[in-house]
Design a binder for this molecule. Structure first.
Ligand code: B12
Length: 403
């Protein structure tokens, strides 16, 4: 089976009209397309960076702010400058884009503009026909991000076509990656893989975004990768929406990739392990991996042992104390975070989870956060714990090399 078509959609800067794109996104997903949604009020730079990292076939822009001629042209130009002119641009904007404007935009390199009254069916047909064919030979990558993005695409495509045997390949490449860390130069940075999981709506993405801000500020040369997952059924579309929640991660020092689970249960995709192994070998200080919103039975990082540190992010509203006995990750996580700890039930949740963790006798850490709050002290605490752990790991590698 071929990989689904991947496109990126967004609304331009100084524009909050997202109702149209939300409708268009849903229709695309229903017709087998994977949509990475970047959200509204997005700059040309953010859109192009995301499109290259996600290695999409095309960018769909919904524009109502009146600046469409310049904005679309700037996207086309920047893609061209970055050697990514095989990523195409199309879009719409109801009555704000006139037919005369659309003609100018097409001359400047835009593939298609859809006007008020166009049926959703027509747009879906366009995407399938124009972007559904296999890509021809691609020019050489012009940047590290572009090269990495293309290699991730090849891994996902191999899995979709059934050319990879998941567990075996993953384990081999992970052990290769770990080995290369141990023999690498001391100065060469080793990626620390931190896994985040937890129920949908607990605030995992916001928490990661706040941590990213702290890591970027801590070391002005550091680079971070994020591998983010959203659910999908095999052969069908998906809304990959984590980028829309990210603010601090829209940064040239952050490489983010969104993956659909493509039919695999448990929070990750069949291609995750190989993609992660590739990222861990690349020059990132940290690789953050975020699962889909998981249920009680999920243990996404346990089976494969792919994360150095695992964090379970919980919402204080999990129901009764009895529910806690059923959450497997409470036995396995290194750190448990009660996010949204400004909510009324948070103090009770902290006490109940603390008692539950005590039973494990594993010295697991419990931290309360309010990830949506700027400079939250709980997030600072979590950041300190992750950095300490990374420091200890680097010291251990150095010691191994000396002996
Ligand atoms: C709904 C709406 C709002 C809602 C937005 C809700 C939301 N979350 O999106 C609210 C009330 C909040 C709003 C606010 C404002 N709005 Co308003 N709004 C509209 C309105 C009535 C409809 C737009 C819409 O969503 N249509 C529904 C979509 C599905 O249909 P469509 O637009 O015809 O699009 C078709 C195709 O183009 C295609 N399409 C669209 N996008 C894309 C993208 C892709 C990838 C593809 C394939 C296809 C596609 O899909 C449709 C298929 O038929 C338009 C007027 C109009 N009739 O267009 C004004 C309009 C866009 N708004 C306008 C203005 C000025 C504003 C405000 C600045 C008003 C103010 N002073 O506060 C604010 C700005 C808000 C902000 N933060 O940006 C002006 C813009 C004028 C301009 N640019 O020159 C308009 C044109 C109204 C007017 N005539 O003055 N607005």
């Amino acid at each position: 089976m071929a990989s689904p078509i991947r496109i990126l959609t967004a609304v331009p800067i100084c524009d909050g009209h997202d109702s149209a794109i939300n409708t268009v996104n849903l229709e695309f997903i229903r017709h087998g397309i994977e949509v990475i949604y970047l959200g509204y009020h997005r700059s040309v730079g953010d859109i192009v960076r995301a499109a290259i990292q996600e290695d999409v076939r095309a960018i769909g822009i919904s524009s109502y702010n009146g600046g469409h001629i310049e904005f679309f042209a700037e996207i086309v130009d920047l893609l061209d400058k970055k050697g990514a002119d095989d990523i195409k641009v199309f879009g719409g904007g109801g009555g704000t884009i006139t037919h005369e404007d659309a003609a100018i935009m097409k001359r400047k390199g835009v593939d298609e503009i859809f006007f008020a009254g166009t049926s959703l069916e027509e747009m879906v047909k366009f995407v399938h026909q124009r972007y559904g064919k296999p890509r021809g030979k691609r020019s050489r990558s012009k940047s590290q991000d572009q090269e990495l993005a293309r290699r991730l695409t090849r891994i996902e495509e191999a899995y979709a076509a059934g050319r990879n045997r998941p567990r075996l390949n993953a384990q081999r490449s992970m052990s290769r990656s770990r080995k290369s860390h141990q023999t690498s130069n001391i100065e060469h940075r080793t990626s620390k893989v931190v896994g985040f999981t937890g129920p949908g709506g607990a605030g995992k993405t916001t928490l990661i975004d706040e941590l990213v801000l702290r890591f970027l500020n801590q070391d002005r040369r550091s680079r971070i990768a994020i591998l983010s997952h959203d659910p999908s059924v095999i052969g069908q579309g998906a809304l990959l929406g984590d980028r829309a929640t990210m603010i601090n991660s829209q940064n040239d020092r952050v490489f983010m990739r969104s993956m659909a689970t493509r039919g695999q249960a448990g929070g990750l995709s069949p291609a995750t392990h190989d993609c992660l192994a590739l990222l861990a070998r690349s020059d990132f200080d940290y690789v953050f991996i975020e699962t889909v919103g998981t249920g009680q039975e999920a243990m996404p990082f346990r089976r494969s042992g792919i994360a150095d540190l695992t964090i379970l992010v919980m919402n204080p509203d999990y129901g009764s104390r009895l529910q806690l006995q059923k959450i497997v990750m409470l036995d396995l996580a290194d750190i448990v975070v009660v996010n949204k700890s400004d909510l009324q039930r948070a103090r009770t949740a902290h006490t109940e989870i603390e008692q539950r963790l005590d039973q494990n006798r594993r010295n697991q850490q419990l931290i309360d956060t309010v990830a949506k709050r700027h400079r939250d002290r709980g997030v600072d605490q979590l950041f300190a714990l992750i950095s300490q752990d990374a420091g200890a790991k680097r010291r251990k590698i150095r010691k191994c090399r000396r002996t």
